[in-house]
Design a protein around this ligand. Structure first.
Ligand SMILES: [Zn+2]
Length: 460
């Protein structure tokens, strides 16, 4: 799962000097592809003076080195697209991705960082903040290559650096700041599980964070998802920010991360009467004040620890009673009531809705006793609610973490669909797809033709 899109602030962001085009790096289709591949194999073999055998050429680092140095332009691109899925050598794959898509890929060797521009180099070198980049497996780089073929080159041009930081978990993150992206992102995957698929639970979606509706390969989706953040960030977050037309689809509502505002919005989202109507007005007011105090605390201290949170709330209640000189006959009893763990408990909902508690949106939990979901997207940032009817036609639970994640999931579900034998758009819910197309980010799903390939695309 993805962690966050705004983990770090960048001090500066130089715009890319690469040529921007919006040509999708789409593969050819059907028989055309077969004919094309036969001839590209012959072209390669003739150039190298070797047997026309894909596996032999792709598996031989010396021959692959020669492919990269002796072929050029469109012939080189076609040769690389043809050979990549049989290439084993990690260095060759890293070079192929850079040569074909202009995306610098780095690993634990500082020699691989030299190709970065100075601002990006500085960011990557700052390993205290994000950890040391680690080595890639060739299987992972082949997934990255496969997805990059499907993505618009103009979007790939925004990437300053691709890293891999962890091979014990799934996920990734893209870094940006308030107004833009820094073009650096990472993807994580478990070693040996580079092609692991999401678990499919449709039609009854669950809260499992592996629950994407289309049983997609996780690394493929993450590779495209994080680029979605880069694209959104490079556009000043215009696709997902407040006021964007995308937010109308799931009817997002945003409130500032201001404790009083959050307490009042949470209270309004609770179904029925708060605390089952058992508290006096005076007691209710105290519960609200405790909520405000709680939200001002460091939320990380209470992540996953409800009993710690509840104990702190009870001690805050006592402090509040003392300072406000409120008349309460039994503070311990009231403390127990306001920290009850049921559906109408304001304080319980404030705790479970905070971003530090969960890195993805957990629907069952969020909806217990609620009219509407109400939760925080990222730590120290805004809180959100959306139209719960969208839940049943979702791309993933993760989509509902906040609008930025909904955009990234929409972007990934659209562009990565062909890796699952679908046409672009076939994996995207209609409302979001219509919006995506209306922004000029994609095309309508073509009728007929072969699934798994880009329609009517011209290679350039
Ligand atoms: Zn994300």
């Amino acid at each position: 799962m993805e962690k966050t899109t705004e983990k770090k602030k960048s001090s500066e962001n130089k715009s890319t000097d690469k040529k921007k085009t919006d040509t999708t790096n789409a593969a050819m289709n059907g028989q055309e592809a077969e004919a094309g591949q036969t001839s590209i194999l012959e072209t390669i073999a003739t150039q190298l003076g070797c047997e026309a055998n894909k596996k032999t050429i792709a598996g031989d680092s010396k021959l692959m080195g020669r492919v990269m140095s002796e072929l050029s332009g469109q012939t080189l691109n076609e040769a690389l697209d043809f050979l990549y899925d049989e290439v084993i050598d990690v260095d060759i794959l890293m070079n192929m991705i850079e040569s074909r898509f202009g995306v610098p890929v780095v690993d634990n060797r500082k020699s691989t960082w030299k190709k970065l521009d100075s601002a990006t180099y500085q960011f990557v070198s700052n390993t205290k903040d994000h950890g040391q980049p680690i080595a890639w497996s060739s299987a992972a780089l082949r997934e990255v290559y496969k997805v990059y073929i499907l993505l618009p080159q103009g979007d790939l041009d925004q990437i300053k650096c691709l890293m891999h930081l962890d091979d014990t978990e799934y996920g990734g993150a893209a870094w940006g700041n308030k107004n833009t992206t820094i073009g650096v992102y990472y993807v994580n995957y478990k070693k040996g599980k580079e092609t692991k698929k999401e678990t499919i639970f449709a039609p009854s979606h669950t809260d499992n964070f592996f629950d994407r509706r289309n049983n997609t390969i996780m690394l493929d989706m993450t590779t495209a998802h994080e680029l979605g953040h880069v694209v959104d960030g490079a556009a000043g977050w215009k696709y997902s920010r407040k006021g964007s037309a995308m937010r109308d689809v799931s009817k997002w509502k945003e409130t500032a991360n201001d404790p009083s505002t959050v307490v009042s919005a949470m209270e309004k989202s609770i179904n029925g009467t708060i605390y089952g109507g058992k508290l006096s007005d005076n007691e209710l007011e105290l519960a609200r004040k405790v909520g405000v105090r709680y939200l001002k605390r460091d939320q990380d201290s209470f992540a996953g620890k409800w009993s710690t949170a509840a104990a702190t709330m009870i001690s805050d209640l006592k402090a509040e009673i003392k300072s406000s000189k409120a008349k309460v006959s039994d503070a311990d009893k009231l403390g127990k009531s306001i920290t009850s763990k049921n559906g109408s408990s304001l304080l319980y909902h404030l705790w479970r809705g905070q971003a530090a508690n969960s890195s993805w949106y957990n629907h069952s939990d969020a909806m217990k006793g609620m009219k509407r979901p109400y939760h925080q997207g990222y730590k120290d940032q805004e809180w959100y609610t959306f139209d719960k009817s969208c839940w049943n036609d979702k791309i993933s639970c993760y989509q509902f973490r906040n609008p930025k994640e909904e955009f990234a999931e929409t972007y990934a579900s659209y562009h990565a669909a062909p890796t699952m034998g679908k046409k672009k758009g076939e994996n995207t819910p209609k409302g979001l797809l219509d919006w995506f197309i209306s922004e000029g980010l994609g095309d309508a799903i073509p009728e007929g033709g072969n699934a798994g390939v880009e329609e009517s695309s011209e290679r350039k």
